[in-house]
Design a protein around this ligand. Sequence first.
Ligand code: FAD
Length: 552
Amino acid sequence: MSKPHILTVDDDPMVSAAISRDLRSRYGADYRIVRATSGAQALDVLTKLALRNQPVALIASDQRMPQMTGIEMLEQARTNAPDAKFLLLTAYADTDVAIKAINDIGLDYYLLKPWDPPEERLYPVVDDLLDDWRRANPDHNADVRVVGDRWSDRSHDIKTFLARNHVPYRWYDVERDAEAQRLRDLAGATVEDLPLVLVPEGDTLRTPSNLDLADALGLRTRAEQPLYDLCIVGGGPAGLAAAVYAASEGLSTVIVEREAPGGQAGQSAAIENYLGFPKGLTGSDLTQRAVAQVVRFGAEMVLARGIVGFESRGPVHAVLFDGSGEIEARALIVATGVAYRRLAAAGLAELTGRGVYYGATASEASQCQGDDVYVVGAANSAGQAALNLARYAKRVVLVVRAATLENTMSRYLIDKILSAPNIEVRYRTEVQACTGDGHLEGLTLIDRDTGGTEDVSSSWLFVFIGASPHTEWLGPDVARDEKGFIVTGQDLLRPGYAEHWPLARTPLALETSVPGVFAAGDVRCDSMKRVASAVGEGAMSVYLVHRYLATI
Ligand SMILES: Cc1cc2nc3c(=O)[nH]c(=O)nc-3n(C[C@H](O)[C@H](O)[C@H](O)COP(=O)(O)OP(=O)(O)OC[C@H]3O[C@@H](n4cnc5c(N)ncnc54)[C@H](O)[C@@H]3O)c2cc1C
């Protein structure tokens, strides 16, 4: 790929020279810095770059320019630089207009002038924007290649595993791509060997397990030490936050995640209510940032391994891996979150992973290009999925059991859904049956009031209908409510749970009925089920771990 471009736009020659100089000194080795001194000239440059198929990573524009403002120019720039990040240089008086541009034109960031010193005020912002751009526009030469059948559930699982672990991959469908046939022949693979995974400079993997894949990709799948101060089970927002705080405060820390870091949040296409990100951010972006922090502070992260058992052994707690192996730790944080509830519709189980999915990732959304897609659910996760899918699908139908979304979905999402031209909401409706030969081809919808049914054609059904906690592995000592959520803190003193608590002192706020074992995030009884609260509980649980460790 040729060097991507950074375009600066400013009508003041001194400022234009200064921003270009600052950007060139830091990014000149990897990016070509181009200058324009008016909005019209900038649009002209972008047209020429588009014709030559040259990538544009960032446009940094002044807001106040004669003839055309920065925002007016950026709005038009989207046509020829659809993936570029937009940075607006503003005066304090333009703050309101810049904030509005976040929604109106997808402005990524506004920076108040002057930006001196650039090391503190300019480069951290531009680093972030360029990192995001690089992630969305990877260098495909380094990709893992996956060859398989698009309706095979193992192909789907492998693609999900790679995407959620942020491993760039290219997908080749044996039914549609000549290159898939060529790679399959080269590997001498039979139908039983599919999916194949070709790792750069590695072996060709045939129907690999997640563990095989993780090992081949060099991900850590085993703990280094036999005993830690703290073991965290679950690498969603709660677990990752706990790992950052624990490791940064000097506790030897290991975190175990069986699928991919990020948990449910990692699958969210747009988290818009997380503090500090006014434009919202994707779950994948949040996860990458969190994982970088975990690694930077030195917590160990064991991936693609599930925990299937728990034992208290005097002052230490042990968690047991699936397969073989265990970890001992002086304190344990359970941050295993929840799993989606299954939809009870005839024929659905056989088609799960073959057109029927629980949760939607960005990679699936883009495959729905031009299709009719059905989404079941009425909570925020269903709403976000519908909006994300609507960017690609011809039409998205949101199937809702209730007569309204008001009681279950945030107002801002309802507004977006109702104003989206290609989203239809079908209230008082359920999916009664799914049909398809090898993959989903049609659905039967039933009207809950009249009992009338309708058959519709679709290859895509995404289900978001609530969740139950991942706590079955904890055994009987850790008290849970009737749905399996972990009871903590003062709630343990309530009738029905009090007999589980063994000590004279009262339990700490997030402590479970086993002293030294804490629960954080969605897995906890009465938790708020939001990213911010999971992160908050993860951080808080580390403070409580310190208090607990001081008592033993
Ligand atoms: C599609 C979607 C969109 C969402 N959007 C938003 C939003 O915009 N804003 C918002 O505030 N909230 C949102 N949420 C909710 C939010 O994502 C959750 O509240 C949050 O992720 C909970 O974090 P957690 O760490 O407690 O659990 P989880 O995110 O569920 O993470 C738990 C992790 O533990 C792992 N695990 C489970 N069992 C084991 C085991 N036995 N061994 C090892 N690992 C295990 C799982 O693989 C998982 O990675 C969304 C949820 C979904 C599904």
